[in-house]
Design a protein around this ligand. Sequence first.
Ligand SMILES: NC(=O)c1ccc[n+]([C@@H]2O[C@H](COP(=O)([O-])OP(=O)(O)OC[C@H]3O[C@@H](n4cnc5c(N)ncnc54)[C@H](OP(=O)(O)O)[C@@H]3O)[C@@H](O)[C@H]2O)c1
Length: 419
Amino acid sequence: MNVDKQPLRIGLIGFGCVGQGFYDIVGRQPGLGLAVTRIAVKSPAKPRTLPAERFCFHADDLLADPDLDLLVEVIDDPAEAFRLVSTALRHGRRVVTANKAMLAHHLPELVALQRASGGALLYEAAVCGSIPIIRTLDSYFSHEPLQSVSGIFNGSSNYVLTRMSQQGSEYGPALAEAQAQGFAETDPSLDMGAFDPRSKAVILAAHAYGVFLHPEEVLNLGIESISAVDIARAAAQGRKVKVVAGLYRLPNGSVAALVTPQFVGPESPLYAVEQEFNGVVIAAEFAGSQFLHGRGAGGHPTGSAVLADVLALQHGFRYAYAKQSEAPETQLTEGLEVEVYLRHADAAILREALTWLQLPAGALLIDADGPQATGTVSIQVLWTWRQELRAAGVFVARLGEVRPTVAAGITPARAAELV
Ligand SMILES: NC(=O)c1ccc[n+]([C@@H]2O[C@H](COP(=O)([O-])OP(=O)(O)OC[C@H]3O[C@@H](n4cnc5c(N)ncnc54)[C@H](OP(=O)(O)O)[C@@H]3O)[C@@H](O)[C@H]2O)c1
């Protein structure tokens, strides 16, 4: 409560889904002592839910306003968001953002800017909406080694997978339904191609392991080529297809990262994460396994995470990035392998994919539901052929966890000792 003091004056940049959600939450809780005193948007002609005089159209005016105590940046343009956030930090300001694509591409610069200028940046809303995963990793687990951080970080693709699983429908109708319900964008490629959860994995790597990855270094495979056949085959094994983003500590201490569809069984808490929800499993060395589940998007859930950041900044909180000084090596492609399931309706295309992935022709199996293949492939090879696989429409899903490559003639136990 902030009853005796002036309210904290907030400049809000962006008044779309998240901006309006945040504004509404602040308005419903006057006791918090917060006031959104200025709002910047882009289009003068757009109809608004507030009087026209509440809006300005130059976000730079808010950056230059000394009467604002804090800025909330929730626009949909990553390049402009980076310009605004980095300018504000350079001037030592306190900023909250939700822009995961911008953060994933610029995190090292933004951390350096904060250290140089005394500014502060929080971004809980950028990963898994309402789930407090960043602060949990950054603060609570700041000094605990983590074996893995993995989860469902994209509500849109999870909604599509859930609808396919529940209705036995094909990808196209399930995607159309997700778009009609507001759970998927008109251009679904960032979500369905697993680019969005890749950005989130990159952000979490900085807090979970002190590792700063470039998004393009991380393998991401999506669900654009999934079919009802894949869902049915997973179900026949008692499993579901989920897009799992994962950061994994390898036996040699280095960290691997990737985002792909995966056949997930009921032994994993991710099996029960349905619809537009997100879930994160943290496997900690001493604390054991923890699971967080919640809404990954939407005005109020995301606005709630923005509010939590605003209040944290007010109380002087900053991310510690405590593991940065002892960050492990990363091992993103080389020396790693995983067992995969592959499918394409055309056996000839699948046969060609097997050659790309260095799998034997005998891996191909044709049953009543059409061609499929399974085998162990190197992540390096998957990485090399990822664009061809995407372009050819081959659906790829992990069947197990990523592991160090087992050299021929060496037992898995011996290989683990060697890395
Ligand atoms: N939606 C979610 O559930 C969700 C969840 C987590 C994170 N995020 C992230 O939160 C951010 C905002 O998402 P959103 O869904 O709220 O977007 P949105 O509904 O499309 O709204 C974007 C807002 O930004 C404004 N804007 C765009 N460029 C601007 C500029 N140069 N200066 C000032 N205002 C500008 C737009 O102005 P006009 O109103 O004039 O068009 C609009 O008000 C994105 O980075 C997104 O990735 C969203």
